[in-house]
Write a protein that binds this ligand. Structure first.
Ligand code: PMP
Length: 325
């Protein structure tokens, strides 16, 4: 019998998908780890599970306890599902710039949701810092602290990285992903480099994020902005410390949009915006490396979470963007 045990038993072991149209165009194998197929619908289910189970093992999270987190949505969605499955409460602080679909879903899942104005990390009212304070004030509560809790990248070092290595039988030339917390990029990069130091590990970065300039010049100097959600950072999180950074590729919104619409129309894949950044970076790497190489990236979440934005011509127009023809 092959039966998974509930939500928790279904996290991970996602397929690795050849992105046919992009592979054909580049003569490379462009492969996407299908994280949108996790039971909570995103790559963040893995980190959410590791964070909760670490807190349980360490005796910090007890029956009836509360998990508190500041999140762009997907970590909160993963945490809320796991809290339901394990009998915990969930309190989520989310910036009001995130899609209504994610906020509605969090409420449907039973999380208590506080939307707050999006302010920089340096501001004490930043959503991450507020979530930390709320956790400290509540009895029997933990702060998931995904940005600096190393259980996040460990989930990818222990699971996503080994899955990619096994699924490609070690035939990987390059790995690229955009970073929010950096957990996915870091855990996979650390694992793959251990297996083969020649694998190129390249950060994909949207405009408005500081990692591209950090890799290129050593200084964090964010410029511009992006409609993509859940990615981009203006600091080096604990999860990104000491991580291989062979190079960085910056991708703008028109290019990310072109990619998500090609995935939709030519590959049959309905994806979120960060996937556009990731696959655009993978294509650029393929062009740099030349035909015959294998490049792996992540398909972080699906398009339904962004129906009213990325897939809505009127909303795109408010951002000065056109729906690709
Ligand atoms: N894409 C999406 C849609 C996300 O929600 C996130 C997480 N915030 C990421 C990518 C980046 O994942 P990580 O936190 O592991 O860097």
């Amino acid at each position: 019998m092959d039966i998974k045990s509930g939500f928790v038993g279904t996290v991970g072991n996602t397929p690795l998908i050849r992105l046919d149209s992009f592979s054909r165009e580049t003569g490379c194998e462009i492969l996407g780890k299908a994280e949108f197929l996790n039971p909570g619908g995103s790559v963040k289910d893995r980190a959410a599970l590791y964070i909760i189970e670490q807190a349980e093992r360490q005796g910090q999270l007890k029956p009836g306890g509360t998990v508190v987190e500041g999140t762009a949505g997907n970590t909160g969605i993963g945490l809320a599902h796991i809290c339901n499955a394990k009998g915990y409460n969930c309190l989520i602080v989310i910036p009001d710039t995130q899609s209504q679909e994610k906020i509605d879903l969090l409420r449907t899942l039973g999380a208590e949701v506080r939307t707050v104005p999006a302010v920089p990390y340096s501001d004490p009212n930043n959503y991450v810092k507020l979530s930390g304070r709320l956790a400290a004030e509540l009895d029997n509560a933990i702060w998931a602290n995904q940005f600096d809790n190393l259980a996040n990248r460990l989930s990818h070092y222990d699971t996503t990285g080994p899955e990619i290595w096994a699924q490609t039988e070690g035939k990987v030339d390059a790995w690229t992903a955009a970073t929010g917390t950096g957990g996915t990029y870091a855990g996979v990069a650390l694992y793959l480099k251990e297996k083969n130091p020649d694998i190129r590990c390249v950060v994909a970065d949207p405009l408005g994020s500081g990692l591209y300039s950090y890799v290129k010049t050593g200084e964090i100097n964010p410029q511009g902005s992006s409609i993509t959600e859940g990615i981009g950072n203006s600091r080096i999180t604990a999860n990104m410390e000491g991580v291989p950074l062979d190079d960085a590729i910056q991708v703008d919104d028109p290019e990310a949009l072109r990619v998500v619409y090609q995935l939709l129309r030519q590959d049959g894949l309905f994806m979120g915006g960060s996937v556009g950044i990731n696959v655009a970076a993978a294509v650029q790497l393929a062009q740099d490396l030349g035909p015959g190489h294998t490049i792996v990236t992540v398909l972080c979440d699906g398009g339904a979470r962004y129906q009213s934005r990325l897939y809505n011509a009127e909303w795109l127009a408010t951002k000065g963007l056109a729906m690709p023809q």
